[in-house]
Design a protein around this ligand. Structure first.
Ligand SMILES: C[S@@+](CC[C@H](N)C(=O)[O-])C[C@H]1O[C@@H](n2cnc3c(N)ncnc32)[C@H](O)[C@@H]1O
Ligand code: SF4
Length: 476
């Protein structure tokens, strides 16, 4: 079972810049010539740099030297009611042959196997149920998933903030009842656009009235934090329609908004039919969206994330956990379900990854049938060298409002980030850092211009070996 499943689909290599684009101020300029929209760094190393390990790595060993005192629990639900034209996430619309039931039995088995393979009981301090679209599960199965997670990992959801993703057509009063009963702290709904024409252009079959009703339902629920996802850069979209999308979003009083630049990716509906690149449009629409949100009192947390100040008081420990909720990127992360990643400080692992229908289907089916012994080891992923860990630390800080914290870096690695990665100086020279050279002793934060270049600065900081692995990845 630790071999990739056989797939007969056409294979395509990912287009990634060559490993020769390295680490000097000059190379930043060269790198930017490949455009602003090179890649979203939501994880480092990227999942396309993962490979099968020569031998399975037992979880007991992997987790032995990790502090499990503050762990993030993630459960992936790999099902959707539709396959959107832009989306390359690990998900399928094919739920034939009892796939949902077999998946639930599989994730229950995996959770128990993982819990007993860990060297100690983890303390879960925050978590997320993501997808795909978790609310495609029936209300009963959604409750079953929450009950399984909380009982297996001893989580009290009145104290531990959990986030969940949803889509307009899969949410209803019964399911919101389940989310309320489980004290879901944050709910994130994908809207993408309030225009039927734009939804059609991005290949998302969504009814605008249903979308408004779904957001109303969530806003009237007990959830603390409501997030709305929008996409910009879609064919036919303009600065004017972007402003309209933001205005309609604000009518629903969200606490958070994510603005995603459209990426057209291999093996997606748009990827098969579209050749156009929309960099200028994306930039103008980003600026319009950002400015409208800032004006409405939102704070910019990263290139994509805008947040309203917390309503009401939160208990301090809860507030700290909440801070970590959105970028499910921190170590350690215990991931469950096919498509979920798990992170220790030196090894990231997951199931195999695919985009095409057959590839995703066979991975879900293999997962449903996997033995306890299989789940007690990592089979596919990336081993992070010290250099990878340092780059990951830098990327996580730099692309976020917190910035790259020099003292925290020194404490973790015993060296100085500016000596380890002298090329960071190029960010100051090109006006991408809000921190000047003289002040570069505490923290480095991106300037507004730097933030606009997040999707180029991220890939510029990837290790050449990681870039090489990513470009060799054959997507199926
Ligand atoms: C898991 S989905 C959100 C929940 C739910 N499945 C839905 O679509 O409503 C994650 C989000 O990533 C964004 N996204 C996915 N693929 C994208 C792409 N190729 N370009 C831009 N944004 C994308 C979309 O905004 C989407 O809402
Ligand atoms: S955008 Fe959401 S609903 Fe559409 S295919 Fe991706 S995960 Fe599924």
């Amino acid at each position: 079972m630790n071999q990739p499943v056989n797939i007969t689909e056409p294979k395509r290599k990912l287009q990634v810049r060559s490993a020769a684009e390295l680490t000097t101020s000059q190379s930043l300029v060269e790198s930017l010539q490949s455009g602003r929209y090179q890649g979203y760094t939501y994880s480092y190393p990227h999942k396309t740099a993962y490979r099968w390990f020569d031998d399975p790595l037992p979880l007991r060993q992997l987790w032995e030297h990790q502090s499990l005192q503050s762990s993030f629990l993630y459960a992936h639900v790999p099902f959707c009611e539709m396959r959107c034209g832009f989306c390359n996430l690990f998900t399928t619309t094919d739920q034939s042959s009892d796939r949902e039931e077999r998946y639930l039995i599989g994730i229950e088995r995996q959770a128990k196997a993982v819990r007993s393979a860990l060297p100690a009981a983890p303390t879960i301090t925050s978590g997320a149920v993501g997808g795909g679209t978790p609310t495609i599960l029936s209300a009963k199965n959604l409750q079953r998933l929450f009950s399984m997670l909380t009982s297996t990992f001893d989580v009290d959801l009145t104290k531990v903030p959990f986030s969940i993703e949803t889509s307009p057509e899969t949410v209803n009063a019964d399911k919101v009842g389940v989310l309320d009963a489980n004290h879901a702290y944050r709910i994130s709904i994908g809207i993408q656009s309030w225009s039927a024409t734009e939804l059609r252009a991005m290949g998302r079959p969504q009814n605008v009235q249903v979308a408004h009703a779904a957001v109303d339902l969530l806003r009237n629920s007990a959830v603390h934090k409501l997030n709305i996802d929008l996409i910009y850069g879609v064919e036919g979209q303009t600065v004017e329609t972007m402003k309209r999308n933001i205005a309609e979003t604000l009518q629903h009083q969200p606490d958070e908004v994510f603005l995603y630049p459209l990426y057209v990716r291999p093996l997606t509906g748009l990827g098969r039919n579209t050749r156009r690149v929309w960099d200028d449009d994306r930039l103008a629409q980003y600026r319009a969206g950002r400015d409208a949100l800032l004006e409405a009192g939102f704070r910019q947390v990263s290139m994509r994330r805008f947040e309203k100040p917390e309503r009401g008081e939160l208990d301090a420990s809860f507030a700290a956990a909440v801070d970590n909720l959105y970028e499910c990127q921190r170590d350690p992360m215990i991931g469950l379900g096919p498509g979920a990643r798990s992170y220790t400080s030196s090894v990231h692992y997951s199931s195999d990854w695919a985009v095409g229908r057959d590839g995703v289907g066979s991975i879900i089916d293999s997962f449903a049938e996997a033995s306890d012994e299989y789940h007690a080891a990592a089979h596919y992923g990336a081993v992070l060298s010290r250099d990878d860990q340092q780059r990951r630390f830098i990327l996580q800080g730099l692309l976020h409002e917190t910035g790259l914290d020099f003292a925290a870096y020194r404490k973790q690695f015993g060296s100085d980030p500016m000596s380890d990665f002298a090329q960071l100086g190029a960010l100051v020279e090109h006006g991408f850092s809000a921190t000047t050279r003289q002040d570069l002793t505490d923290v480095m934060r991106l300037s507004p211009e730097g933030l606009e270049f997040s999707d180029a600065i991220g890939p510029w900081l990837y290790a050449p070996e990681v870039v090489e692995h990513m470009s060799d990845f054959v997507i199926r």
